[in-house]
Design a protein around this ligand. Structure first.
Ligand SMILES: *[C@@H]1O[C@H](CO)[C@@H](O)[C@H](O)[C@H]1NC(C)=O
Length: 477
């Protein structure tokens, strides 16, 4: 299996040579240069197989069995896993205190930026193939370098996208979502769409336009906006109302461009409260929904909820997912987790069984995430420097969600915990409760009910949080 797929990738790379995709230096015969396919990047690692919970092989799935049917759908359709190009291919382990620690085989300082971009893209497809994941996500500037001008950046992006489209055609892999990186380059120091400088706003729009084109070209199923610098460091120098108005008009522009090019994917906003800015406008699900409603944009957008962003906002991931789902706006999950003792976005793989169980329960209850999925916006620890660690990280995240999916399905099918919640609200299914739900009572009638009934304190039931915890723990297995 592995052999035939690798042959396919090799054939793909060779074919790509004849397609001009790789002729960035414009010379014939470059296809034999070091920038092109040289063999496996993840040598010695085969396709990861499901071996079941008793296997002692860490390079196997213990719970993720892609085609196993859970509540009427194969696991892979419930979970729709995606690998994030930025962390997995580009993450070098650097942090504010130290430089990169990873020496990945596709990185080679002697090569030019475009050759490197092609190598990374091939490494991505080899990784997806070996991991058995169908989707990937990218920022424009992760997959292609920044040129000397916007036009040059666009041209380089087009070339890398051409290779990616080719590799997708050969392997059947798909883009879950694309996005534009409007936070890394110094020009975005004051923001992108919310920059005080109109030239930066225009540049940002141009970059999003190109990233939307790239996402459409790759058949992407969603397009994400994460406002990495859409916020402020001090209100003293900030016209808050003007910045919010500009963010809204920017998003309206994106909607109009989506319609213009016939992009059928979902547009998603990704809440995050702070980091890198002190205050980001898309603080959390509630704030983001308030913004969308205020500007008449709520029909056009759903949300991409990231677990570690939820905890940075002082919520649990479960809270943010349930709130987004309650609004009919849960479009995608960036599955990761923070560290309870660390106050920043550590982007670790989500492996906590309880957190994963609650995530899976919301996915099942809303009938799935499609066209969204679960993107591993997660990275290795800085000191994890072996290539195989990339597999361990993703396997740990996939198995945690697969295990949680089975357990959540069992929890919903048993109907004990959901039944307890239903009972707790049973007073709303009859009598005055039903009339409240149906919107058929006013305060005058409610007062009559209150005056003619015993004081509710005489018969107020226990909330029994502890019993709920015990009941939940039966499904953490
Ligand atoms: C953006 O800032 C630069 C530098 O101050 C300035 O030259 C330019 O005119 C500004 N753009 C606009 C549209 O005002």
């Amino acid at each position: 299996m592995r052999g035939s797929r690798l042959t396919l990738l090799l054939a793909t790379a060779l074919l790509a040579c004849s397609l001009s995709v790789l002729s960035v230096r414009g010379k014939e015969g470059e296809c034999s240069s070091r920038g092109l396919y040289e063999g496996e990047f993840f040598s010695g690692i085969g396709k990861i197989q499901y071996e079941g919970p008793d296997s002692t092989n860490a390079l196997s799935f213990h719970y993720y069995n892609a085609d196993e049917v859970i509540m009427g759908k194969p696991m892979k359709e419930w979970l729709r896993f995606s690998v994030a190009f930025w962390h997995t291919l580009r993450g070098d382990g650097s942090d504010p205190f130290g430089s990169g620690t990873k020496l990945w085989p596709w990185e080679d300082a002697s090569l030019d930026e475009m050759e490197l971009a092609y190598r990374r893209m091939r490494a991505m497809f080899e990784f997806l193939e070996k991991l058995g994941v169908d989707y990937w996500c990218f920022h424009d500037r992760d997959i292609a370098p920044e040129g000397a001008s916007l036009a040059e950046s666009n041209a380089m992006l087009d070339k890398v996208v051409e290779l990616a489209a080719h590799l997708q055609g050969e392997t059947g892999k798909k883009v879950l979502w694309g996005t534009a990186q409007l936070f890394k380059h110094p020009r975005f120091a004051h923001g992108g769409a919310t920059s005080p400088n109109a030239s930066v706003h225009a540049y940002s729009a141009a970059q999003v336009k190109a990233a939307m084109d790239a996402t459409k070209r790759l058949g992407g199923e969603n397009y994400v906006f994460w406002g990495g610098r859409e916020g402020y460091h001090t209100l003293l120098n900030t016209d808050l109302k003007l910045e919010l108005d500009n963010l809204a008009s920017f998003l309206k522009g994106a909607v109009a461009y989506k319609d213009k090019i016939g992009f059928k994917g979902e547009l998603l906003l990704e809440p995050k409260p702070q980091e890198p800015t002190k205050h980001q406008y898309d603080w959390d699900v509630a704030t983001t929904m308030g913004f969308l409603n205020q500007y008449g944009l709520s029909d056009e957008f759903k949300l991409n909820v990231e677990c570690n962003h939820a905890t940075l906002a002082g919520h649990s991931c479960d809270h943010e997912l349930q709130l987004a789902s309650a609004y009919g706006k849960l479009g995608n999950i960036d599955a990761n987790t923070g560290d309870a003792q660390t106050g920043w976005d550590t982007d670790q793989f989500l492996t906590d069984p309880k957190e994963a169980l609650l995530v899976a329960a919301t996915i099942l209850k809303q009938g799935g995430l499609a066209p969204g999925g679960i993107n591993f916006d997660a990275k290795l620890r800085r000191e994890s420097t072996a290539l195989v660690d990339l597999f361990y990280g993703h396997i740990s995240g996939m198995d945690a969600m697969a295990r949680a999916l089975r357990n959540a399905a069992q929890m919903l099918e048993d109907d004990v915990l959901p039944g307890m919640v239903k009972d707790r609200y049973s007073s709303y299914s009859k009598g005055v409760g039903k009339r409240i739900r149906d919107g058929k009572v006013d305060f005058v009638e409610l007062e009559k009910v209150a005056l003619s009934s015993p004081d509710p304190i005489e018969d107020l039931p226990s909330g029994q949080a502890e019993l709920y915890e015990i009941t939940l723990s039966r499904y953490i297995k």
